[in-house]
Design a protein around this ligand. Structure first.
Ligand SMILES: Cc1ncc(COP(=O)(O)O)c(C=O)c1O
Length: 350
C-alpha cells in the first residue's frame, strides 16, 4: 500500500492526460528559436496572471532568483518577512548570487507590517542608506501554514511601493490555492504586483516547472538572466505540456484539497484541541503544534511513519501537513487514526 504522503503537494504525480500531452507535444529548441509548447504555456501563464508576458523556469527558486535580479540592483534591499521561503529555503541565493540585502520587516502570520514597510521605503531614500530595490510578498504563505494575504493588504502595499518607485513581487508558488481560497481570479490577486511567480509542480500536479510573469521588459531581462543561471532548456515542451494541462484542468480542484485540509484539521482538533488552530487553515496546509503533547516532532514523525503516514517535521515541536490530489477523505481518516494512536501513546488524547 502506498503511504499517505502529507509532506508536501510537490509529491503529486502527473495525471494520465499530462503524460499523453507530454508524449504528443510539438517541440523545438527553446534556447535557440523557441519551443512552441513552452510558448503556449508562457502565453497561458501571462493571461491567467493578467501580465504582458511570462517565462518558464525549471523551479520556483529559480523564478524567484531571476525576479530579484531582473528587478533590483546589486547592493539594494528587498523588504521581506522573516518567514518568507526566499529567506528560509532558497539557500541564500538572494545574497550569494543576486547580491541583494534582505531587510526583514516585522510581520504577523506572514503579513508584513504596512507602517514598517512605509518607513523603510521612506528611509531608503536618505543618503548613506541602502536603496530599497523590491518589496516581496508570499501568498499563500508556506511558513504561515498556507494563509492567504488579504486583497486589500496586497493592494495597499502595491500602491505604497509604486509611490516610492519600487517594484512589488509576489512569490505565489501556490498562487492558485490563494486565488481559489479568496474566490477571485489569480489575475486579481496578482494585479497590484509588478511580477508574480507560481509553480505548476505543486498542487497542480505537473512534474516540473514554474512561471514568472510581468511586463515585456521585465520578462526579457529575466529570460537573459535565466540563461545566466543555467535555466535555459532545449526541448522543454516535453515538461511544459504537462504545465498546460495543469493550468487548463487542475485549478478548480484545488478547492477539494482545501476541503481535505479542513477535514484533517477538525479531526486533529477533535483528538486534541491543542494540536491545531482550525481557524488558521485557509488552503491546503495544516500546521500541527506538538508542544503540549510531550513528544517531539521527530518522535511523532517516526511513529506516524510506522502507520504509513508521512509528515514534515518543522523544528522540534511542529509538523506541516499538506493535502493534495492523492489525499482523499479515506486517506485523511486513516491519517487521523494514526494521529489518534500516537496521541494515545503520548497520553494527550481526550
Ligand atoms: C512559497 C514558496 N516559494 C518558492 C518555492 C520554491 O519552489 P521550488 O521547490 O520549485 O524551487 C516553494 C517551494 O515549496 C514555496 O513554497
Amino acid at each position: 500500500m502506498l503511504p499517505i504522503d502529507l509532506r508536501s503537494d510537490t509529491v503529486t504525480r502527473p495525471t494520465e492526460a499530462m503524460m499523453a500531452a507530454m508524449a504528443q507535444a510539438p517541440l523545438g529548441d527553446d534556447s535557440r528559436d523557441g519551443d512552441p509548447t513552452v510558448g503556449r504555456l508562457e502565453q497561458l501563464a501571462a493571461q491567467l496572471t493578467g501580465k504582458d508576458a511570462a517565462l518558464f523556469v525549471p523551479s520556483g527558486t529559480m523564478g524567484n532568483l531571476v525576479a530579484l535580479m531582473s528587478h533590483a540592483q546589486r547592493g539594494s534591499q528587498v523588504l521581506v518577512d522573516a518567514g518568507a521561503h526566499l529567506l528560509t529555503s532558497e539557500m541564500g541565493g538572494l545574497v550569494a548570487i543576486a547580491g541583494i540585502v534582505p531587510q526583514v520587516m516585522p510581520s504577523r502570520l506572514g503579513r508584513m507590517d504596512e507602517a514598517a514597510v512605509a518607513t523603510a521605503l521612506t528611509a531608503g531614500h536618505a543618503p548613506g542608506r541602502l536603496a530599497p530595490g523590491l518589496v516581496w510578498l508570499e501568498t499563500s504563505h508556506n511558513d504561515a501554514g498556507g494563509l492567504v494575504l488579504p486583497l486589500d493588504h496586497v493592494a495597499r502595499l502595491g500602491a505604497l511601493a509604486r509611490r516610492h518607485g519600487v517594484p512589488l513581487h509576489i512569490d505565489g508558488a501556490r498562487l492558485f490555492n490563494a486565488a481559489v481560497a479568496l474566490g477571485v481570479p489569480a489575475a486579481t490577486l496578482a494585479g497590484p504586483a509588478d511580477s508574480v511567480m507560481f509553480c505548476v509542480s505543486k498542487g497542480l500536479s505537473a512534474p516540473v516547472g514554474s512561471l514568472l510573469a510581468g511586463s515585456q521588459a521585465f520578462v526579457a531581462r529575466a529570460r537573459a538572466l535565466r540563461r545566466m543561471v543555467g535555466g535555459s532548456l532545449r526541448q522543454s515542451g516535453v515538461i511544459a505540456a504537462a504545465g498546460i494541462v495543469a493550468l487548463e484542468t487542475m485549478i478548480g480542484r484545488l478547492a477539494e484539497d482545501h476541503r481535505m485540509a479542513r477535514r484533517l484539521a477538525s479531526g486533529l482538533a477533535a483528538i486534541d484541541a491543542g494540536l491545531v488552530e482550525t481557524s488558521l487553515v485557509e488552503t491546503n496546509i495544516v500546521k500541527v503544534d506538538l508542544a503540549a503533547s510531550g513528544l517531539d516532532a521527530a518522535t511523532w514523525t517516526s511513529r506516524l511513519a510506522t502507520s504509513g503516514v508521512l509528515v514534515q517535521p518543522r523544528g522540534g515541536a511542529q509538523l506541516r501537513l499538506v493535502t493534495h490530489r492523492h489525499i482523499d477523505a479515506a486517506a485523511v481518516d486513516m491519517a487521523l487514526s494514526a494521529f489518534a494512536e500516537v496521541a494515545r501513546q503520548a497520553g494527550t488524547a481526550r
